[in-house]
Ligand binder design. Structure first.
Ligand code: S3P
Length: 449
């Protein structure tokens, strides 16, 4: 049975958006904290964990593999999550199918872990995840000795029989993907010898940082735009406390709303500012956005800062392809900002957007086109023609089970002339619980349609 749809509509409210919005924990770091905690010896305590559905799937999978995962009280932001790990190689065979829901990160990273554990597991996901390519992890992981069987085209559900004695991999990642890099590194944790991963373009390095934080030896060498990463196999991972910063990819939505809704002034505290995640901030600065970073500091080993945003005019920019890995999840909402900017914005090299929770290149273009914006896709580039005035709006947006399309469209409708409707806001729960309530708390008008 398909879950019910939750259509919502956002409209321009009479007032500006004002106040402070606490954005939930970083999704990438949250998945990894639970996974590394499950592979470590001792109790890992996590604060600020994202409690969106994607991360809860990872928590459930780690429990199914024998780790003890608990949380205080209701488990919301500020609560402590505790993971009692099994040690590397110590996970146990799950009794049932592992359902990773909507989460590509959970599914692909888990493939890496399972590849070097001598056990059998079956993995599935929702309609969106079952369409996404898994061969990008299955192929390299098979070389360490794991055996996979999957649906045609390398799609979930898949079955995996992990290697008894995993071989360390030496792999050049063919697409810029932190998920693939991380899957190979995770497999390498239980392989004897050194695992080496070469990435032609640097992608988010949360796995490398957190592996070190848990006591593994990781060497990173910068090579052109990319990096070479080496991990010494079979370390003893020791439980460590993790403080999860607010997710810059989630902060992007109130941030862009604050820029577009006239007279708005917002503060977004403790946002993760890892340099491999901040491409959107660079773009917005080039567009002339009023975003100031205050109180830069390190929290749990990651740089964070408080963002102050105020509304103002934006100008079009040309976004170079090499910026894509540092803002891969932010293009839909950048395209929304571009629709309000003066001039033509070109975003280059967006091939990877086609294999996200939806084909985000098409979904983003369709969102804008349905609401009076002139937009084109040329090869892997997206071109948005802004006039410097608010687009018409008035259209409906198909979200294709994609949380970021839903949030981008709802932000869009807060500043278009007429309201924007989305067919299903339900998937926002995967990454940003209480998004609508928090936005409305700032003065937004987002309601069931
Ligand atoms: C992620 C990596 C990115 C990103 C995703 C989270 C991660 O995916 O889009 O939301 O946590 O490693 P790719 O590795 O497929 O680019």
């Amino acid at each position: 049975m398909n879950p019910p749809h939750h259509p919502y509509r956002s409209r321009r409210s009479a007032s500006a958006l004002t106040g402070t919005i606490a954005v939930p924990g970083d999704k990438s770091i949250s998945h990894r904290a639970l996974m590394f905690g499950a592979l470590a010896v001792g109790e890992t305590r996590i604060t600020g964990l994202l409690t969106g559905e994607d991360v809860l799937r990872t928590a459930a999978a780690m429990r199914a593999l024998g780790a003890d995962v608990t949380h205080d009280a209701d488990g919301t932001h500020g609560e402590v999550w505790r993971v009692s790990g099994r040690g590397i190689g110590g996970l146990t065979e799950p009794e049932d199918v592992l359902d990773m829901g909507n989460s590509g990160t959970a599914a692909r990273l888990l493939c890496g872990i399972l590849a070097s554990h001598p056990l059998f597991a079956v993995m599935t996901g929702d309609g969106s995840l079952r369409r996404r390519p898994m061969r990008r992890v299955m192929d390299p992981l098979a070389a360490c000795g794991a055996r996979f069987a999957a649906r045609d085209g390398g799609r979930l559900p898949l079955a995996i029989e992990g290697a008894r004695e995993a071989m360390p991999l030496d792999y050049r990642v063919p697409v810029p993907s932190a998920q693939v890099k991380s899957a190979v590194l995770l497999a390498g944790l239980n392989a004897r010898g050194t695992t080496r991963v070469e990435e032609p373009e640097a992608t988010r390095d949360h796995s490398e940082n957190m592996l070190r934080h848990f006591g593994a030896t990781v060497r990173v060498e910068v090579a052109g735009h990319g990096r070479i990463i080496e991990l010494d196999g079979q370390p003893e991972l020791k439980a460590a406390d993790v403080v999860v910063p607010s997710d810059p990819s989630s902060a992007a939505f109130p941030l862009v709303a604050g820029l577009l809704v006239p007279d708005s002034r917002l503060t977004i505290p403790a946002v993760g500012l890892n340099p491999l995640r901040t491409g959107l901030f660079a773009c917005l600065a080039e567009m002339g956005a009023n975003v100031a970073v205050r109180n830069r500091r390190l929290e749990g080993g990651e740089p964070v800062g408080d963002l102050d945003v105020s509304a103002g005019p934006l100008r079009a920019i040309d976004v170079p392809p090499e910026r894509a890995p540092s803002m891969i999840d932010e293009y839909p909402v950048l395209a929304v900002a571009a629709a309000f900017a003066q001039g033509t914005t070109r975003m280059r090299g967006l091939k990877e957007l086609r294999v996200k929770e939806s084909d985000r290149l098409s979904a983003t273009a369709a969102m804008l086109a349905a609401n009076g914006v002139r937009v084109e896709i040329e090869g892997d580039d997206m071109i948005v023609h802004g006039t410097g005035s608010p687009p018409a709006g008035g259209g409906s947006v198909a979200t294709h089970m994609d949380h970021r399309i839903a949030m981008s469209a709802l932000v869009f409708g807060l500043a278009t002339t007429d309201p924007v409707t989305v067919d299903d806001a339900g998937f926002i729960e995967t990454s940003f619980p209480r998004f609508i309530e928090l936005m409305n708390g700032l003065g937004a008008d987002i309601r069931p349609a």
